[in-house]
Design a binder for this molecule. Structure first.
Ligand SMILES: Nc1nc2c(ncn2[C@@H]2O[C@H](COP(=O)(O)OP(=O)(O)OP(=O)(O)O)[C@@H](O)[C@H]2O)c(=O)[nH]1
Length: 308
């Protein structure tokens, strides 16, 4: 470790301290647009908050009718929009050190002048490092919620989604259903064909599940060969139909397994969220329904009925 100069031998430098104080006050109080923009942007790593700040600071100098930003981060589209329309637009592909950080578009009823375009570019130059940091932060956040093998949400993402869904169901009384879907006898596939084939089947399962569902439904891998599907605005009868459709879709998977192609079946457990139920209780009931499907011979769906 580097030795620090002992305090008693270092002389204090009042002039430098005074200059530092002055510089801090200047930095803090300056009305200079770029400094203020960067100071505000540095307070947050949320890309949405940063774009809100950028729109706010920019509109003070260069009025516009709408600001749109889009980027694809960790397999998901990130879209930010504020304001409405305008036939004239200027568009910037944001890059830093050769890497892309999204596209920002400003719309306005009047044409942008050359000076205004130069002003926009200056503000974007001031903002780009912060935007890069926010994009990278979002990538890391998404990675922490993503299953590396299949690219869908992981157990942590499911836990968060279940908590949000329980809260919304309690507050608004919407029907939410949960399907737990578990491949049957998956251990045999691993044992006979190896983990690489097993991994391939898991990836194909995730793809099939995503294809079989509506955009508003979300899919998670929350254990080895266990998947969860969260269905907003769906009661248990509708969820049962979805579960059966999912099982049919999974049966169509064909994977090279030697002489004959490998196929899979799945068992599903369904539970609709009950008022005031915690997310853990909800998950436990879906798990109980899945257990019954397994005990009932597999390749079937069981529902934990909300009314017995
Ligand atoms: N290839 C692969 N296999 C995994 C992964 N995670 C868990 N597994 C395997 O999944 C298998 C799960 O086995 P079991 O829990 O006995 O379940 P099963 O054989 O499907 O039996 P049932 O669920 O009762 O039908 C085990 O062999 C695990 O090693 C993974 O990421 N990749």
């Amino acid at each position: 470790m580097k030795n620090l100069t002992p305090i008693h031998t270092s002389s204090s430098r009042p002039a430098r301290l005074a200059a530092l104080k002055q510089s801090f006050q200047d930095w803090n109080n300056t009305q200079d647009a770029i400094t203020r923009l960067c100071r505000r942007l540095s307070t947050t790593l949320s890309l949405e908050n940063q774009l809100t700040i950028l729109a706010d600071e920019m509109s003070g100098t260069i009025p516009f009718d709408a600001l749109n930003y889009r980027n694809r981060i960790a397999r998901q589209d990130f879209v930010f929009a504020t304001g409405m329309g305008g036939p004239h637009r200027c568009e910037y592909r944001l890059t830093l050190e050769g890497l892309p950080y999204g596209t920002l578009t400003l719309h306005r009823r009047q044409r942008f002048s050359d000076d205004e375009l130069a002003g926009i570019e200056m503000m974007l130059s001031g903002a780009i490092c912060h935007i890069r940091n926010a994009c990278q932060f979002l990538t890391i956040e998404q990675a922490a919620l993503t299953d590396a093998l299949t690219g869908i949400g992981n157990k942590r993402a499911l836990d968060e989604a279940l908590q949000r869904a329980s809260a919304m169901s309690n507050r608004h009384g919407y029907a939410w259903s949960l399907i737990l879907c578990d491949l049957d006898h998956f251990k045999q596939i691993n044992d006979h064909h190896g983990h690489v084939v097993g991994d391939h089947i898991l990836a194909r399962t995730a793809e099939k599940l995503e294809q079989a569902l509506r955009n508003s439904d979300t899919v998670y891998r929350f254990g080895g060969e266990e998947f969860a599907i969260l269905l907003p605005h769906t009661n248990e009868q509708e969820a049962r139909e979805v579960a059966d459709r999912i099982r049919n879709a999974l049966e169509s998977i064909r994977v090279d397994g030697g002489e004959i192609p490998l196929t899979v079946t799945a068992s599903c457990g369904v539970a609709m969220h009950l008022t005031e139920e915690s997310s853990e209780q909800w998950l436990a009931r879906a798990d109980e329904a899945l257990y019954r499907a397994k005990a009932g011979g597999r390749n079937c769906t069981r529902v934990f009925a909300s009314i017995s």
